[in-house]
Design a protein around this ligand. Sequence first.
Ligand code: ARG
Length: 587
Amino acid sequence: MRTIVEILEQQIAAAMSAVTGEEHCPAIVKPTADPKFGDYQANGAMGLAKRLKINPRRVAEQVVAKLDLRDICESPDIAGPGFINLRLSPGFLSDRLLETRADPIRLGIEAVSTPQTIVVDFSSPNVAKQMHVGHLRSTIIGDCICRMLEFEGHRVIRQNHIGDWGTQFGMLIAYLREENPGLDEAGRVEIQDLEQFYRSAKTRFDEDPTFAETARQAVVSLQGGDSLSLAIWKKIVDESRRHYQPIYDALSVQLTPADERGESFYNELLAPVVADLLDQGLARPSDGAICVFPEGFVNKEGDPLPFIIQKSDGGFLYATTDLAANRYRRETLRADAIVYVTDARQKLHFEMLFHTVRAARWTDREVDLAHVTFGTVLGADGTPLKTRSGDSIKLKDLLDEAVVRAGEVVERKNPDLPAEQKAAIARAVGIGAVKYADYSNNRTSDYVFDFDKMLAMEGNTAPYMQYAYARVQSIGRKAADEGIDVDGDLAGLSRVHLAEPEELDLAKHLVRYGDTIKAALVDYHPNYLTTYLHELAQKFSRFYASCPVLAADIDQRPSRLLLCDLTARTIKHGLTHLLGIEVVEQM
Ligand code: ARG
């Protein structure tokens, strides 16, 4: 099925065209905020009237006269200056609900007819360092974007652009060779050791010119392909991978080593990129370095701002790698769109990057570029989340603590469950809580990381949603105990009876799921999904409080069971498929 907004927009746009003879008439259909004005509102008449310099209310009236939405809506109203208000008819709702039920995999939501190839660059931690809470956001927001795009039917290519190249590796390699000679044979390094080595290496680099020179040489030999340096480097990368892969798995993030295209991957492509930009006249030497001066970028003094792509010593930079990666994604991966997920501090970098690659015209196809930014995770004091000693908090420690705390909640609520089940619930709730709390905030805002709030059973939290799901599921179990054949009830249902306001309200929310996903994808906002799911759980609660289900009359019971069934399916789909948060059958 196409979504309701799509159907309405198409029909209304056609009527607008018929009235005005204009070809493109955006109908601009949105769910209304206030049910007083119906369920959906078309706002296009005003813009059209303004463009044609005619009375908007007149346009709306003529459009409504031309509209035939009998199968979908009650007769439309016109409000204010020319809003067209639409109320779904019970017959249409019934059909939608039955069709949703008939398609357990996609819940009746059609895939796009022209799938695109979309590269999503996310997570991208830096090798030899533990992932910190800043990487949490890129990792899970990126994962959710991939899941939503895939569900829409696009071909998604995940790219983990790990920071695995550059001068810091020279220091590390030189340090490991000098201080830890056994290491290049079979000896393993732990990620904590690497972090310590890196700190010590940095100290030596700053204090000891001979060591600094060795380190610089190590970079050159690494980038030149020297086998011993490469072997040590590979050990460092492997160890880092052993650190972050389990974190991805714990977070149910769909990233594997196969998605890795670290900075090192582009080593051979950097010099050609610089040469090409010089050739095209887009880059030029400046103070010994090579720079692009993207149009419109100036510093405080009003001087052109350089996008430096090669240093005076010949070294390449973060910008060069990103240029090469962008080119690879266009030319080799054949991307139609590329989405980058990083914190907002990299905004300028990506603006300059986008500007440069658009000018470079590496493919004749338009490639859509998006920088999806996010704010900072804060501690209770409102400053970026840190440990007591002021270090950045390791993501692993944070997740471990979430699971322990969730375990305490489960213990209080349900002490008699088998230990294994309690542990599984604690994992689902703990990890789910951290992820959900992040998703439920508008991604561009900073938010305060607060275990108590995210683990609360009330409010827009994972445990509340997981509990809501478990509660709906318990109705099925209770039905079985009472000898009610739910499947039989549902199979015999040919028309969903929706009489009570709470039933209608829930039904109308259920049929909005597909439109919600589309809206969340417009600007990549996972919080649209969490808000939708939270409202769904609340509407279900109100329905369940006022409409008996198992005790209902036999002509009402199947319809109510259907509402329960679709609520459970939708919550489960949203949580597990799109947000990567587990549900539990019992809590
Ligand atoms: N490694 C970088 C960091 O930790 C993020 C890389 C983002 N992706 C990119 N193509 N620049 O900040």
